[in-house]
Design a protein around this ligand. Sequence first.
Ligand code: NAP
Length: 356
Amino acid sequence: MNVLLTGATGFLGEYLLCELLLRGHSVWALYRNESRRRGTCEFLQSLGLPRRGDRLEWINCGLFDLDARWEELSEPRTGLGEVDNVLHCAASTRLFLDSSGDPLKTNIQGARMLVRLLDKRALKLHLISTAYVCGRVVGKTVREENHPRGDFVTVYEESKWEAEQLLFGKATLLRPSVIVGHSETGRCTSFTGWYMLFKAAHLLDRLLGDNPDANRWNLEVDLPAAPHSAINIIPVDYVAGAAVAILENPENHNGIFHLTHPAPPDNQWIMQYISERFKLGGIRLAGSQNRAPVARGSVNQLVWSQIKPVLVHFSNNPLFERGNTDRAVADIKVPTISRELVARLLDYATAADWQA
Ligand SMILES: NC(=O)c1ccc[n+]([C@@H]2O[C@H](COP(=O)([O-])OP(=O)(O)OC[C@H]3O[C@@H](n4cnc5c(N)ncnc54)[C@H](OP(=O)(O)O)[C@@H]3O)[C@@H](O)[C@H]2O)c1
């Protein structure tokens, strides 16, 4: 394939870029920030991959300008005119609306630009979406199908759903769940989402360590989360490998694929791990219907200030069907989320001090 990849300097984008190059495809990588591009080049070099050359061309262009600048960018020097597939990975991953209008602006305007691009050119389009375009779902398995407007937990989910509506039937919809670091190296460049729970525990461990009054084994925190629900996490190497393999077969184009984990660890398992690793006790899973209690006392308030941003991830934990994905990439094994794997992810994160 001759692939234009947007978001090539982001967390998932870097792994998609590697996977495309490793599997012999040619890539035109869209970027907007020179230092981010240099960082990605260093990463490619560390894997023995070319930083540019015959099969990799860097295109410096804002996402919204791509359609208008296509002809100019297609000058023989870049060869952009040879592109036959667009893999759209660029997005704003902000969960709630900011003053610039993101995540709605980037995610919806980006999809509109792609519609214009498709209207004028013979391109196959593939969108990195999210499994959470379903909105809040209780007690049902989420199918690999187009969803009606849901009860969205975040504005981000809504923006990705809107993008899907613009592109449904015109693009392959690849829907990862919550992406975590590489299953073998632990490498990660975005410590949001699932990582925030561990980051909160790590901070608490350090803060309580210096506080002689803190009873770290009896924090008395009731988390509004169900013990046997699970945040669906999926390693980035699986997402990138499965996504590229799905696109290599034209029969999969314009289909919907859940890049989710078939057996994620439940909240109780995760809490047990946290308790052992960070020597914290008394964080109870009180059920997802419970409201977050009012924090009393300085230690309790400290605990809550760390944990609050994580609650959004506990509030919607559906099960995901993956029939289309299993059929399309039966030969790609989903890494088991073992204690060793979680330890590897956290060792990497703490060594990086949670900085990308
Ligand atoms: N991370 C997850 O858990 C997760 C889960 C499900 C789905 N996804 C989806 O996976 C994709 C990648 O997410 P990620 O976690 O890798 O995010 P990320 O690290 O924030 O990367 C986002 C990429 O998009 C680029 N970008 C953002 N706004 C842009 C704009 N206006 N013009 C051009 N480029 C722009 C960024 O460029 P810069 O490098 O210049 O900032 C970056 O390369 C997104 O579509 C996201 O919705 C992510």
